[in-house]
Design a protein around this ligand. Structure first.
Ligand code: ZN
Length: 190
């Protein structure tokens, strides 16, 4: 009797249809679904990265645009991370209305775009947190669990200390990063 005889009822994570898996770790019903899922994930990662790039570049401008009701096509690109041609297509198809104030002076109502796309959100907190990346390199930072391990404090204590001393922190991927220098000052100096 080998493992190959195993039949584990599962739901495919891509097409959501039930199938019988041969191993516990199988997530998809077929190579096709596995491949589709991989491609989707890569696409999402790419979109996220592009969004982040826009965010870093326009951090101050976005904060201003968030307060405005009518924005230009170029500003919509910045604020929503979509392309100019997408916006022009939507205007042409009358999906969104535009006001033409002259050549190259098309203005779009921001609310209409918000119904279609999620804007790049920056609140004061996020703005402050992205400062972390400007000031510190990744290797100059600990993750919360690294702090916890190094100083023998449980993660909730670590988080309390971080908040109490207003240490800059930032979530990158699955981890929250904090600058080593700030942490060492507090935990070693204690
Ligand atoms: Zn499937």
């Amino acid at each position: 009797m080998g493992f190959s005889n195993l039949k584990i009822p599962k739901i495919c994570e891509q097409c959501e249809k039930p199938f019988e898996a041969k191993t516990m770790t199988t997530r998809f019903c077929s190579h096709l679904c596995a491949d589709k899922n991989y491609k989707n994930r890569k696409k999402k990662e790419k979109e996220l990265k592009e969004r982040e790039k826009v965010l870093e570049k326009y951090v101050d401008k976005i904060a201003v645009l968030q307060l405005r009701e009518f924005i230009s096509v170029g500003e919509a690109v910045i604020l929503f991370g979509i392309s100019k041609s997408t916006i022009h297509r939507l205007i042409k198809r009358k999906v969104i209305r535009s006001v033409n104030l002259g050549e190259r002076l098309t203005r779009i109502n921001k609310l209409e775009l918000e119904k279609l796309f999620s804007p790049i959100i920056i609140d004061e907190k996020e703005k402050q947190e992205s400062e972390l990346r400007k000031k510190y390199k990744k290797e100059d930072c600990y993750t919360i669990s690294q702090v916890s391990e190094k100083f023998g404090a449980n993660p909730s204590t670590v988080n309390r200390v971080i908040d109490k001393f207003k240490i800059p922190k930032e979530k990158i991927g699955n981890f929250v990063y904090v600058p080593k220098s700030e942490i060492d000052k507090i935990f070693i100096g204690k």
